[in-house]
Write a protein that binds this ligand. Structure first.
Ligand code: SF4
Length: 473
């Protein structure tokens, strides 16, 4: 899973949670980075609610401040360090304030975070959130507290996440934790540990509960959803003959069968593991959305080898063709990194040619940011000058902007079923918005269509990011 941009604009959004308030203390929680982190924050909120914490949007009145952090690029950590300065002043006026760092930055830096950021009291890694209550007691006792133990089987499957923020229509459900892929540029295997899958029955139960609560779309989350496997060993053997095995295609079908009005999305797929089985299952169910996020990172086989991505350009092209063969109307997005160690101009041109060929609906695009302790940091020199990294990124972005517009223009003049998410951001008084199965945002004039309802829309026009239409039944 490559951490996503979509959610970065929601940085710093305080989340409201009603607790029994038994201890009368207030929690202020901020989440950064990918959907996995937002999903984890809902687990943290649930654990602390049981301890009697309530939440506040007003950081001034907080007794406990928790930042759930991202470590995917240097910039993500710099953002958190800057944010911490805000709490320095607050701690002067409220010495009892507890400041905690959660997530990938906590796991990557461990105790050094306490040395480098004196105002931090608690450091907790993504697999240790159950320990939060006793860590808080430790701090109440006047000590600093750290737990960054990674687990081989923690999935928090028995903890009902508390839905924080959001629109009450779409929700995330984590299905795996950790990653075994070891892409050479990536910190995730070090910050989130070994891959493990969650019991499919607990996933289906959560999807059913969300549907009963009015949610109409779930996104199944994992660093690499295609390697989801239950009761199947890494070698593909059955672990316990007394219980059924479940792979990702089967899990998708189980969730799709919860209810035909519950849409199913998933993120993130991996080109080396995505099977035709998954594609045929998607094609079989109308409520499994026709959208795949399939990170490529580079269009050149030599670079992919150095990135340890586990596939070649030719393999990736074949996966693209399989998607379009089995689901011609399926939208595809990707991730691209420019300026990876040793990337030649010619190899960069291969990335540009891939983007021109596939014409992605959307892409998350970055230049290479070296991360400590990764395979690439240890084995390769970060030798591409910054201005070259940036120039190559600008070329990739230019092609993608044209691709996004082209893909949206292809949807003009067609009819789509959209799921109403609520008022549009730009004109909330006059317009409603929602996505079609291809994950494109559609804006329609305001009307008697409550959020969570489906309407059929004729697309009349588009911009480079949004479709505009009118309801047709
Ligand atoms: S190691 Fe690779 S597959 Fe795993 S999270 Fe990182 S980039 Fe994604």
């Amino acid at each position: 899973m490559e951490e996503k941009v979509i959610l970065e604009d929601r940085q710093g959004e305080a989340l409201i949670m009603e607790g029994n308030g038994a201890n009368g203390r207030k929690l202020y929680l901020e989440s950064y980075g990918c959907a996995m982190n937002f999903s984890d924050s809902e687990i943290v909120a649930s654990i602390l609610q049981k301890e009697g914490f309530t939440t506040t949007r007003n950081v001034e009145e907080a007794d406990l401040v928790m930042l759930n952090t991202c470590s995917i690029r240097e910039k993500a950590e710099a953002t958190v360090r800057k944010r911490l300065q805000l709490f320095k002043k607050q701690k002067l006026t409220n010495p009892g304030l507890i400041v905690g760092i959660l997530g990938c930055m906590a796991e990557r830096m461990k105790e050094t975070l306490l040395e480098e950021e004196k105002l931090v009291d608690i450091v907790v890694g993504p697999d240790a959130y159950r320990d939060l209550p006793s860590l808080i007691k430790q701090v109440d006792g006047g000590q600093k507290a750290v737990n960054v133990l990674l687990s081989r089987d923690e999935t928090y499957a028995d903890i009902s996440p508390i839905k924080l923020g959001g629109n009450g229509v779409t929700a995330f459900i984590s299905i795996t934790r950790g990653c075994d892929n070891m892409c050479s540029f990536c910190v995730v295997p070090f910050t989130r540990g070994r891959e493990r899958s969650r019991n499919p029955l607990s996933i289906v139960a959560e999807a059913r509960q969300l549907f009963d609560e009015g949610y109409r779309e779930v996104t199944l989350l994992g660093q690499n959803v295609d390697s989801y496997r239950w009761n199947i060993s890494k070698k593909g053997e059955i672990e316990d003959p007394n219980i059924p095995t479940t792979n990702f295609a089967q899990l998708l079908e189980m969730v799709a069968l919860v209810h035909p009005d519950l849409r199913v999305r998933f993120s993130t797929s991996h080109p080396k593991d995505m099977t035709d089985d998954v594609l045929h299952t998607m094609a079989k169910y109308e409520n499994i959305c026709k959208y795949i996020h399939l990170p490529v990172q580079s269009g050149n086989t030599e670079v992919l080898k150095k990135m340890n991505r586990g596939y070649t350009r030719e393999w990736y092209d074949e996966r693209m063709k399989a998607i379009k063969r089995i689901m011609p109307d399926c939208a595809i997005s990707t991730d691209v990194i420019t300026g990876f160690c040793g990337e030649t101009e010619e190899q960069h041109q291969d990335t540009l040619s891939l983007m021109r060929e596939v014409r992605y609906d959307y892409a998350y695009m970055f230049f290479y940011s070296e991360r400590p302790k990764t395979l690439a940091e240890r084995k390769f020199e970060d030798d591409i000058p910054l201005e070259v990294k940036k120039r190559r990124l600008a070329e990739v972005i230019e092609i993608q902007n044209a691709n996004s517009l082209y893909r949206l223009e292809q949807q003009v003049g067609k009819e789509y079923k959209i799921l109403i998410e609520g008022p549009s951001r730009k004109y909330p008084e006059e317009q409603l918005c929602g996505r079609n199965s291809q994950n494109a945002m559609v804006v329609i004039p305001k009307g008697p269509y409550p959020k969570g309802s489906y309407v059929n829309v004729y697309i009349e026009s588009c911009t480079g990011a949004t479709l505009f239409g009118k309801v047709i039944d």
